[in-house]
Design a protein around this ligand. Structure first.
Ligand code: KG4
Ligand code: ZN
Length: 323
């Protein structure tokens, strides 16, 4: 069994996954409520909260899996990218457990973790390479050619904001809660996606750009004024969501054509979005709780990543950004 630990942002998560990719337990403690009043994640607050939560969350995952630490044969942990202080809490916990039990440790890249959510078992059946993967989260928007379990080739990325970030910033402009993606998703169901036209910049190649979109929403909200904005909030949310989804779908279709990869998967927090799921009916999506940050995907990635034997991992450091 693999014990997975994830603390890269504002979710403290632990999971127990078998070598075959079966999720025995996946516990996610979200700090979203703690950061909501600031409209985004405050790194120092996140680190401190991880410190309080990491041990109980790991204990809870083991309990739910009805497993003791003795049944665990390796520990997987997110090494980066993410908030360094937050990552260090999970990494230190993982090192301590692995060291105490003389176990190997598997450092996992968070983005490879998102991709590996596709290889978990409770889905209809695990999705296997080769495929084209759209990874859309709060920090990243990537098009990846995944040709083996071990890694992927980057075909495109965002030049500015990530898709999830665009959702979060748009939600903030509309006075919705944080994190905003799920809020816009919910509100947009009652709105008309054609009510407003928000332009999305088309940049060359297979890259994305979302920063102009939030400016367009800002101007729309300013022009409409407060009472009208409040009355038409659902239409604004639906139209804004529609613009993000359209940009993601168009580029993904371009990438499929160019790469010759005809099987398609979408992972990351934004993959939980219902409009995106509807717009890509031929793509594989994992269940929404495996789209947003979790530790089951980290343990899943560890199945295909080289483990560091005891005690070679003790000097391991976290990394903040994509290498
Ligand atoms: O993968 P994730 O949990 O964390 C990162 O690695 O960033 O993604 C979080 C992002 C946030 O920006 C959040 O607003 C967005 O995913 N998100 C959504 C939905 N649920 C979460 N965006 C659109 N629709 C949703 N239903
Ligand atoms: Zn993530």
């Amino acid at each position: 069994m693999i014990l997975g630990i994830e603390t890269s942002c504002d979710e403290t998560a632990a999971a127990v996954v078998t070598d075959e990719g079966q999720v025995l337990a996946s516990v996610v403690s979200s700090q979203a409520g703690l950061h909501a009043r600031y409209g985004g994640v405050v790194p120092e607050i996140a680190s401190r909260r991880h410190l309080e939560l990491v041990a109980p969350v790991i204990r809870e995952a083991l309990e739910r899996a009805e497993a003791s630490l003795d049944a665990v044969d390796r520990v997987a942990v997110t090494q980066g990218p993410g908030l360094v202080g937050a990552l260090l809490v999970g990494l230190s916990a993982a090192k301590a457990i692995a060291w105490a039990k003389r176990l190997p440790l598997v450092p996992v890249d968070h983005l490879e973790g998102h991709v590996a959510s596709l290889y978990l078992e409770p889905e209809p059946e695990p999705f296997e390479p080769p495929f084209l993967c759209l990874l859309a989260s709060g920090g990243h928007t990537l098009l990846l050619a995944v040709r083996s379990h071990g890694g992927s080739e980057r075909l495109g990325t965002t030049l500015d904001d990530a898709a999830g970030e665009a959702f979060d910033k748009g939600a903030r402009l509309l006075g919705l809660g944080y994190p905003g993606g799920a809020e816009i998703d919910r509100l947009a169901r009652d709105g008309d996606p054609e009510a407003f036209r928000f332009p999305v910049a088309r940049v060359p190649g297979l890259d994305f750009s979302f920063s102009g979109l939030k400016t367009a929403l800002l101007y729309a909200v300013r022009d409409l004024g407060e009472p009208v904005t409040a009355r038409r909030k659902a239409d604004l949310a639906a139209s804004y969501e529609h613009a993000i989804v359209r940009a993601l779908v168009e580029r993904t279709r371009d990438a499929a054509k160019q790469s010759g990869l005809d099987r398609l998967a979408v992972v990351g927090g934004v993959a939980a979005n219902s409009a995106l799921r509807e717009a890509l009916p031929d793509a594989r999506f994992v269940s929404p709780d495996l789209c947003t940050d979790n530790a089951a995907m980290i343990a899943s990635a560890a199945r295909f990543t080289e483990a560091l034997p005891y005690p070679r991992y003790l000097g391991l450091d976290a990394y903040a950004s994509v290498a």
